[in-house]
Design a protein around this ligand. Structure first.
Ligand code: SD4
Length: 295
């Protein structure tokens, strides 16, 4: 039932991201290059307030970015707490390709990015600066479900040979503490893949995804025979069980997307409102609403 190639990305900004990634994939570029170019579109878009340029800052007014990328050989690269670089996913690719390491963070990640030729720039737009100043008046840390906090872009790609790649990039939770790192740059939490099995990625409250090793678990559930939909559902149920008496429950949203080796895909979220963009040969590029546990 599956189809290859296939691209799936979280949220509405997944549509233009898929469009670009599909173009590259069809022109013979690697899954990695397709992902970097694809998610690079929302990264550069100031209207997308949860990724890259124009992303909401932390509570000190600093835009700090998290991203990671992984290929079919299980090679990965990640940057976290990176400032002043518009395309953290591209830096993550350089970590994968040009270093013996998997993760670089903060000042070291910035130093590496500059050595690789990336330019430093201010990522705090006037609009995000204004929203931050409004937030400061009350300084209440209480994310708004599906809006402030949950618009990471994660993209999973299976090419026509059945090789799988994935990437994830975000400005993280709005108004987070300075130095906070979410799930998105953590291999196994925000993103995971095993080229023998499939791939999964997360969006939503990173703390909950990290606590449960979310994306790694989705892939393991698929290894045991679950469909992408079933695997995403099972881990969302687990996250619910672990959090139902937790202070985070009130505003908790998490969503997962997944693909398997056959080119089947699926997704599931805790609350309604999550959607993802899917691109394949037969049906083109379109949005699909995720199934969910509760409203
Ligand atoms: C995080 N998972 O940093 C991300 C949040 C998200 O826009 O989905 N953000 O927790």
């Amino acid at each position: 039932k599956g189809t290859k190639p296939l691209i799936i990305s979280t949220w509405n900004h997944g549509l233009p991201a898929n469009e670009e990634a599909w173009k590259l994939l069809k022109s013979g570029k690697s899954g990695l290059d397709a992902i970097v170019a694809g998610v690079g579109i929302p990264e550069a878009d100031p209207k997308v307030r949860s990724v890259g340029y124009g992303g909401y800052p932390d509570r000190e007014g600093k835009v700090t970015l998290d991203a990671c990328i992984m290929d079919s050989n299980s090679d990965c690269g990640s940057v976290s707490f990176l400032q002043n670089i518009k395309h953290p996913i591209a830096v993550a690719q350089k970590v994968l390709e040009n270093t013996p390491h998997v993760m670089l963070t903060g000042a070291g990640a910035l130093q590496f990015a500059k050595e690789q030729g990336f330019e430093e720039e201010n990522l705090l737009t006037e609009a995000s600066d204004k929203d931050w100043k409004n937030w400061l008046e009350k300084s209440k840390y209480q994310p708004v479900i599906n809006i402030e906090n949950h618009d990471t872009i994660s993209m999973l790609v299976i090419d026509e040979n059945g090789d799988i790649t994935g990437g994830c990039t975000t400005s993280g939770a709005a108004w987070k503490m300075h130095g906070r790192v979410g799930d998105s740059p953590i291999i196994g939490a925000g993103l995971f893949l095993d080229n023998e099995v499939g791939a999964a990625a997360a969006t939503g409250l990173g703390e909950a995804v990290i606590r449960t090793a979310g994306s790694a678990m989705v892939v393991e559930l698929m290894r045991q025979g679950k469909s992408p939909d079933e695997a995403c559902k099972e881990i969302v149920e687990r996250i619910y069980d672990k959090h139902k008496n937790h202070q985070d429950m009130e505003y908790l949203q998490v969503g997962f997307i997944a693909i398997n080796k056959a080119g089947e895909y699926g997704g599931y979220s805790l609350r309604s409102g999550f959607n993802y963009a899917v691109y394949d040969e037969a049906n083109g590029n379109r949005m699909e609403d995720s199934k969910f546990k509760m409203t």
